[in-house]
Write a protein that binds this ligand. Structure first.
Ligand code: FES
Length: 91
């Protein structure tokens, strides 16, 4: 199974978790770690669970100044991480 997963994952491109954003209400004072590799299983792949360690990808850390709703990129191809910028529409 492990060998099969490695063959399926292109080490140069992130794994597409979903082709739509994850709508999330972020709280101030929390350091969030958005998954950039697309291999995490935490919060349906939205947040880092350490799965990137076998890749060159790193989590993208972010905070918010006030409580607000944000759209986290789940295709992992956004040009403005960790936020959805619409790139998923062209994948
Ligand atoms: S989910 Fe929209 S740009 Fe990735």
């Amino acid at each position: 199974m492990y060998i099969y997963v490695l063959k399926q994952f292109n080490m140069n491109k992130p794994n597409i978790v979903d082709r739509k954003p994850f709508l999330f209400e972020a709280e101030p004072g929390i350091n969030y770690a958005w998954c950039s590799c697309g291999l995490s299983k935490k919060e349906n792949g939205a947040f880092c669970d350490g799965s990137h360690k076998t890749t060159d990808f790193k989590p993208h850390f972010f905070t918010v100044e006030e409580k607000k709703k944000i759209a986290l990129c789940m295709c992992k191809h956004t040009g403005n991480p960790p936020f959805c910028d619409g790139t998923h529409a062209g994948l």
